[in-house]
Ligand binder design. Structure first.
Ligand code: A2P
Length: 340
């Protein structure tokens, strides 16, 4: 099997660390691996298996001889460096929001729209974490019974914000338990023992950008431009794992039993749904695993064609690094790594 020269930009970050783990766990065909981050991390050493690799500062010269680059270093870094990497002939898979809504950039969840990888021009965008788990769970139902409307509320963990936010929740929790006061740095308010209905900036329409990402990205990935969707995104004091309460209205009636049986066969999905023994998805069960978990599936008492469900996944894995690596694996399998 052919092996690829791989680079990770943002290797020292929360998602970067998952890239390193998952590439090894999945035996990704690497000929070589390079780690890049900011100048702050240059010289730091990280392991890839038994191999110790020095982290380098990202520069325009970083991408010579690289076949596949995974970016997770924020939108500014991606906006600047991804086109340079693509120009050097690499396939960029970018985890930031920089390119997701660009018409010439495919936005891909391999369980939903793998064919979109084919038309990449050097950059493929990895969707927002909350959007990925939503479409993995809903697309198998949508294929059989078109979805007309989605109302979703998210409960998103702090690791989605990055390493500094994980540190902030840890520190604040300790301080509060010791009876001390806290000063927020990463979030506008205390996150320990609290909830914040503000993720990313507020837009003129009253939604936050995170909420609007869910609207636009879901439509783009599912090729459903007219899908009605409304989201409320909430940051919660959980370290890893995003959860979502979702109301879905279909074109035709669908029973919870039908939905459960479709989802039991769906790729990447695990149904955990037995209220009699308190079995339902939870973030701490999902953390460190690859599935999108669905439970609490029930008829929506407010709509004859509606279902309600609870969807949970590891936001760093399926919501970020794993999905990006699956895109690369799919591109390799279909011989679409090089642009057509
Ligand atoms: P560094 O560790 O050197 O700051 P997280 O989301 O967990 O905070 O991680 C962000 C990642 O993006 C880190 O690896 C960070 O590197 C990297 N990063 C931040 N700014 C830049 C930049 N200007 N160029 C390259 N990498 C960057």
């Amino acid at each position: 099997m052919k092996a690829y020269h791989v680079a990770i930009v943002g290797a020292t970050g929360m998602v970067g660390q998952e890239f390193i783990k998952i590439l090894q766990q999945r035996n990704f065909p690497t000929a070589s691996v390079r780690f890049y981050a900011s100048d702050r991390s240059a010289g730091k050493k990280l392991f890839f298996g038994h191999q110790e690799i020095e982290v380098q500062e990202t520069s325009p010269d970083s991408f010579h001889g690289v076949d596949i680059v995974f970016f997770s270093a924020g939108p500014e870094t991606s906006r600047y460096f991804s086109p340079i990497a693509a120009k050097n002939g690499a396939l960029v898979i970018d985890n930031s929001a920089a390119w997701r809504m660009e018409p010439k950039v495919p936005l891909v969840v391999p369980e939903v729209n793998p064919e979109d990888i084919r038309w990449h021009e050097g950059i493929i965008a990895n969707p927002n974490c909350s959007t990925i788990q939503l479409v993995v769970a809903l697309y198998p139902l949508h294929k059989l019974n078109p979805i007309k409307r989605i109302v979703v509320s998210t409960y998103q963990s702090v690791s989605g914000t990055g390493a500094a936010a994980v540190e902030e929740l840890t520190t604040q929790t300790k301080l509060i338990l010791e009876g001390q006061s806290v000063v927020p740095h990463v979030y506008p308010h205390q996150i320990a023992f609290n909830l914040l209905p503000e993720i990313d900036v507020f837009l003129d329409n009253g939604y936050t950008r995170e909420e609007w990402k869910m609207v636009e990205e879901t439509r783009k990935i599912m090729h459903a431009e007219d899908l009605a969707i409304s989201a409320t995104c909430v940051r919660v004091p959980v370290f890893i794992g995003h959860s979502e309460a979702v109301n879905v209205e279909f074109a035709n009636p669908i029973s919870p039993e039908e939905a459960r049986s479709i989802l039991a066969r769906a790729p990447g999905v695990k149904v955990l749904d037995d209220p009699s023994v308190s079995l339902y998805p939870q973030p701490w069960l999902a953390a460190g695993t690859d599935y999108v978990y669905v439970g609490r599936i029930r008829a929506d008492a407010s709509s004859p064609r509606g279902l309600v469900m609870w969807i949970v996944a590891d936001n760093l894995r399926k919501g970020a690094a794993l999905n990006a690596i699956q895109i690369a694996e799919e591109a390799i399998k279909r011989d679409w790594v090089k642009r057509k």
